[in-house]
Design a protein around this ligand. Structure first.
Ligand SMILES: NC(=O)c1ccc[n+]([C@@H]2O[C@H](COP(=O)([O-])OP(=O)(O)OC[C@H]3O[C@@H](n4cnc5c(N)ncnc54)[C@H](O)[C@@H]3O)[C@@H](O)[C@H]2O)c1
Length: 268
């Protein structure tokens, strides 16, 4: 499930100075896709600022990046709290004078059938997955507009196109990201682009460990891979490389777009 039988992919090249001089702010950077994406930006020379609520894990990601010669700092920030978002952005601007990339990756998925979904869970999911994306965009965009350069990249999910039962609210929150992306893109102005990455099923520890069976099989991944054109598990690196491409200066003619990273699952 981890590699595609018959594929012979050349070595992926990473350029250590690709993002040198760039400041990249990543939310959800303590684990999963966010942590790996932060490492890839740092490996390519960016100064990364890791935002999350899990301080212990943030410190671990920061140490890992620094031990490999990368530049990382972190801020404990609950992105559902408007005040914390503004304080974090202000402090980043004070220290680094710029934000070139906002990679908004934090997200939560609480499963429950719509009939059973508690209002509290609904609000929590909308608040992390959607409200926070608005707060972050509104806080960061003026700085990018002033400098004439910026990359805002949010995280949707291919789930919203074909949700499994129990994911209606998650699907709502991830569908709304597309409206945010398109609406912000038309207002962003010269040099600033706004896009979203839309991962399919990705093998993170959380998702994998939640469904692995005693015999080692994983029914969810098996079911989804059967619907993908690329017959292997999606990885955190697959998503991280997409973030880095959209965040690069050469992607300056691409805005208001949604990048499906699902091995072709959604073409069925
Ligand atoms: N893993 C998948 O299969 C998959 C598929 C499609 C989309 N996504 C999306 O990709 C993103 C990352 O997914 P993941 O699987 O790596 O998730 P994850 O659960 O491993 O990591 C999410 C991170 O967000 C942080 N976070 C949660 N609430 C926060 C808050 N209020 N303030 C700051 N940080 C907060 C968590 O602490 C955690 O570190 C999410 O937006 C998710 O919806 C994931």
């Amino acid at each position: 499930m981890d590699s595609e039988i018959g594929a012979n992919i050349p070595t992926i090249k990473v350029y250590s100075d690709k993002f040198s001089g760039h400041v990249a702010v990543l939310t959800g950077a303590a684990q999963g896709i966010g942590a790996v994406t932060a490492q890839l930006f740092a490996q390519q020379g960016a100064q990364v600022i890791l935002l999350d609520i899990q301080e212990e894990l943030l410190r671990k990601v920061q140490s890992l990046i620094q031990s490999r010669g990368g530049k990382a700092s972190y801020l404990v920030c609950d992105i559902t709290d408007e005040r914390q978002v503004h304080e974090s952005v202000d402090s980043i601007i004070r220290q680094y004078q710029r934000i070139d990339v906002l990679a908004n990756i934090a997200g939560i998925y609480l499963f429950d059938l719509l009939n059973n979904m508690m209002t509290e869970s609904y609000r929590r999911m909308m608040s992390v997955n959607l409200d926070a994306s608005f707060y972050l965009t509104r806080a960061v965009l003026p700085h990018m507009q002033r400098s004439g350069y910026g990359r805002i990249i949010h995280t949707s999910s291919s789930t919203f196109q074909e949700p499994e039962p129990g994911l209606a609210v998650y699907a709502m929150s991830k569908a709304a990201i597309i409206g945010l992306v398109r609406g912000t893109s038309v207002e962003a102005g010269p040099g600033v682009t706004v896009n979203a990455v839309m991962p399919g099923l990705i093998k993170t520890d959380q998702v994998w460990n939640a469904g692995v069976q005693p015999d080692g099989s994983h029914p969810l991944f098996e079911r989804v891979i059967a619907k993908q054109d690329v017959k292997r598990c999606g990885t955190r690196d697959d998503v991280a490389h997409t973030f880095c491409f959209i965040a690069s200066p050469e992607a300056s003619f691409i805005s208001g777009q949604i990048f499906d990273v699902s091995g072709g699952e959604t073409f069925h």
